[in-house]
Design a protein around this ligand. Structure first.
Ligand SMILES: Cc1ncc(COP(=O)(O)O)c(C=O)c1O
Length: 356
């Protein structure tokens, strides 16, 4: 059988959840499991994340999948509902909405009795400068006061555009959030994703919303997961299916973009962009074999890549780590001009999935 396998390490996931607890001991944890748990497979991840306080997803469908799997924790729809009809399901399945525009507020108020009777919180999104979703600082206080008057329990929610970096917008976002929080006091509050959990301990408030750190990838370009004391959850693995010795001047792969500079041993590995392995590497890219880094050479094909194994012992069947504990997904992403989030989320369903 063709070996392209995604291993999910549930101990690592639990370890990372505990790291969130250590970093934010006084906050409840809303574990972000949207996009199929960042590509890790929501079914496998939910069990390992059972100790979380709540889950965060991007759509009703994602929330219903969690309910169908039997999990009863609170679930926040981080974009809210997309139509009035969805409010019925929100009530039926006990889901918590974000409201980020006025129509959502009206839909919610129509369900006020049922929603409040279930003890659900409503998350009210502040647009403090990211300009994606939310009410402007000049509007949100009225929205919150109206919701409070209708008996809703509100959570003031905000998302940093640059929590992973030093950017002047950070201070503006923080000040706007604190201003609204104070003006609406008492109110529950939540503004920290993974990067902000590390960077702004003073802003953890009632709920933190970790995503990428749970999966053992770094939210920062300049700090790796070892420095952050996180463990990679996913290993993408394949194996060597052919070995070719080639002479100086011979080519490898489509476009003949790689030319051997000396006699070389080239191994062909059973993974390609059809599995979700990125094709666009812009800097030298590597895989790991027995903890050693080995260079990818030539173009990535749909089902195969070539690696230069001239200096190591390998054979047909040797396992190759595309990313995992020895070749970090963050480094593969950097070599491909992208971020780990994208690589993890866009794996195809072709690799076999195994929970360890
Ligand atoms: C509203 C919101 N909160 C939290 C997160 C988690 O972010 P991260 O994966 O960077 O921790 C996201 C991710 O996109 C988000 O959209």
């Amino acid at each position: 059988m063709r070996q392209a396998t995604v291993y999910i390490d549930s101990d690592a996931l639990q370890y990372n959840l505990n790291r969130v607890k250590q970093l934010a001991p006084h906050s409840k944890i809303v574990s972000m499991v949207k996009a199929n748990a960042y590509g890790h497979g929501v079914k496998d991840c939910l069990a390992a994340l059972d100790a979380t306080d709540a889950f965060g997803v991007a759509s009703l469908e994602e929330a219903l999948e969690i309910r169908q799997l039997g999990y009863i924790q609170p679930i926040t729809l981080i974009e809210g509902v997309f139509s009035e009809d969805e409010m019925q399901q929100v009530i039926e399945h006990k889901l918590e909405c974000i409201v980020h525009h006025n129509q959502q507020v009206e839909w919610l108020i129509q369900q006020q009795q049922a929603y409040n009777a279930l003890g659900l919180k409503v998350w009210v999104k502040l647009n403090s400068g990211m300009n994606r979703l939310g009410f402007k600082v000049t509007e949100i206080i009225d929205v919150i006061q109206r919701l409070k008057a209708e008996g809703f329990t509100c959570v003031l929610a905000m998302h940093f555009a640059n929590a992973d970096a030093d950017h002047p917008l950070n201070e503006q976002q923080k000040q706007q959030f604190l201003h609204v929080k104070q003006a609406c006091d008492p109110i529950l509050a939540s503004c920290c994703n993974s990067a902000a959990i590390y960077k702004y301990p003073e802003l953890h408030f009632d709920f933190v919303r970790p995503g990428i750190m749970l999966y053992g990838a770094s939210p920062f370009a300049d700090r790796n997961v070892h420095e952050l004391d996180l463990k990679p959850v996913m290993t993408l693995s394949a194996e060597i299916i052919a070995l070719n010795q080639i002479q100086q001047g011979e080519y490898v792969g489509y476009g003949s973009s790689y030319t051997a500079s000396c006699t070389s041993n080239i191994a062909i590995v059973s993974i390609g962009y059809g599995d979700g392995y990125p094709r666009a590497y812009v800097k030298p890219n590597f895989v790991a074999i027995d903890q050693q880094l080995v260079a990818v050479v030539g173009r990535v094909s749909m089902d195969m890549i070539a690696i230069d194994v001239t200096h190591i012992n390998t054979d047909i069947g040797t396992p190759v780590e595309l990313w995992g504990k020895h070749r970090l997904v963050d480094d593969v992403a950097a070599a491909n001009g992208t971020i780990s989030y994208e690589l993890l989320c866009r794996l195809s369903n072709r690799p076999i999935r195994t929970l360890i």
